[in-house]
Ligand binder design. Sequence first.
Ligand code: AMP
Length: 307
Amino acid sequence: MTTYPQIIRTIAELRRVIASFRKANPDNQTVGLVPTMGFLHEGHKSLLHKSVTDNGLTVLSIFVNPIQFGPGEDLDKYPRDEQRDLVVAAEAGVDIVFLPQVEEMYPNKRVTTVTVNEVTDRLCGTSRPGHFDGVSTVVMKLFNIVQPNRAYFGLKDAQQVAVITSMVRDLNVPVEIVPCPIIREADGLALSSRNVYLGQEERKQALILSKSLSNAVKWIQDSELTAPQLIARLKEEISRVPLADIDYVDVLNYPDLSPIDNQMLLGSVQPESDLLIAVAVRFGKTRLIDNKLINQVEVGANTCFAK
Ligand code: AMP
């Protein structure tokens, strides 16, 4: 039988309910948090399932956070469907859905911002100025409101995982960050709430993202390539698709997102560091991101895994 989650719209009530859960379950009952902007799909569901499995209480937050959108971005038309999201939450076994209004999260003029440096210097950090300040600030607020033991984030947004992990480390936030693998459609397209914006032809051509990333893994295994050569090859392949308008293609060390310079990718094995191949491409007005995170040691040993 599906039990319906408790819907909470205020910070005060959320704090109250979580405190009474902790009081009633003093031993070994952990709280998991899954922060989202709603319009839930299988990617979100995978995070929810993991949290429900791992924790005594799972809080799903649904908040389209205005301060992480830049001017001219899709804040106003960001897709929303509260009723459907609640059904998804119920099916996933979520205990609490936190659904605050903007005024609840930002009641006053805000004079405090959490800024994470360096890992935000590239990729979406440069093409969406201010975006990660908005993300780290709202996530820090959610961490302080919920005080979760664990928080779940998708590697679809690999840079976001790097940003939040750095913030938690540097500010000693007592939460375990759990990165979760990218969930894809059967044909390879990474699930995203923004996929609904795509027209039929754009949807078809958007497959170039996952296809070119898979090809990149093969190219690294089959030939000696430097990062700039791999980037050039990826750009060439993506540009062949008429509707694709490239925002960025980059290959970086992960999770510090430092550049790889000119050495051969296979020869540059750093056991502590993975390799992130990340792309952002516009199809019409829709900007899609995708990535492959690969372990250089395993690529070298020809047992490449993509997280
Ligand atoms: P969003 O609602 O887009 O802000 O996403 C909320 C969380 O779901 C973030 O941690 C995302 O990385 C994660 N997520 C979104 N799409 C996917 C996907 N296709 N696979 C795995 N996680 C995802």
